[in-house]
Ligand binder design. Structure first.
Ligand SMILES: Nc1ncnc2c1ncn2[C@@H]1O[C@H](COP(=O)(O)OP(=O)(O)OP(=O)(O)O)[C@@H](O)[C@H]1O
Ligand SMILES: [Mg+2]
Length: 203
């Protein structure tokens, strides 16, 4: 069965610095190639909006407009690093799918345990909600550790097979205010990472 790409995708983790903004921006860029897309910047820090200051291929919105999906096909939410934050909770309640970026270490994974409870509570209320972990910043060429595989098996959320590797080009993209899709052949491996995430979300 082929699932459709999420119309409303929340990129969420209670832990800071795991790659929410990076993935939200790159996934919005990937989705914008498929249909009109808005990136809703829900983090009061406004990192996504600053990043995308020069991007015109899709729409970046803060405030109430960040919630509007009526005029777009896809809406991606970059959430603040807290599940207690009202915007993060509202995004979880309105999303079709939730993506939780985690660093490839068991300690980092366990730090997100409470988030699993919150997501599972929402799924029991709304079984159509889809949710995955996505490993971010795995060293290029390296595999997940056995300890990480074991931790993932015990964790209450499935992990995408697709992983996003640690690549300097993601930082370059942030510094230049663009997505990896705009950086030509040197970003091909990063584009492949992001496309693999998109493909798996609709399989
Ligand atoms: N795959 C990656 N490869 C290289 N650097 C990355 C990758 N993902 C994220 N980073 C870098 O790691 C840092 C944290 O990423 P990011 O800002 O996306 O995390 P965040 O979860 O949004 O953080 P916060 O909780 O503060 O909002 C940034 O400097 C970003 O450029
Ligand atoms: Mg962020």
């Amino acid at each position: 069965m082929t699932a459709r790409l999420p119309r409303r995708l929340a990129v969420l983790n209670a832990k800071g610095g795991t790659g929410k903004t990076t993935l939200a921006v790159q996934l919005a860029a990937a989705l914008a190639r498929r249909g009109p897309t808005r990136l809703g910047d829900l983090d009061p820090q406004g990192s996504a909006s600053q990043w995308c200051a020069t991007v015109t291929a899709w729409d970046v919105a803060q405030g109430e407009r960040a919630w509007h999906a009526d005029d777009v096909t896809h809406l991606v939410w970059d959430c603040p690093p807290s599940v207690e934050h009202p915007s993060a909770l509202r995004a979880l309640q309105q999303a079709d799918a939730v993506l939780v970026p985690v660093l490839p270490s068991p300690l980092d994974l366990w730090a997100s345990w409470r988030l699993v409870d919150v997501i599972q509570a929402e799924r029991s209320r709304r079984p159509t909600l889809r949710a995955w972990l996505v490993i971010n910043q795995l060293e290029p060429g390296s595999a997940l550790s056995t300890a990480m595989h074991d931790a993932l098996r015990e964790f209450g959320l499935p992990a995408l097979r697709a992983v996003v590797r640690r690549r300097a080009i993601y930082r370059t993209a942030a510094l230049q205010g663009v997505s990896v899709y705009q950086l030509g052949p040197r970003a091909a491996a990063a584009v492949a990472d992001i496309e693999a995430v998109i493909e798996e979300m609709q399989s």
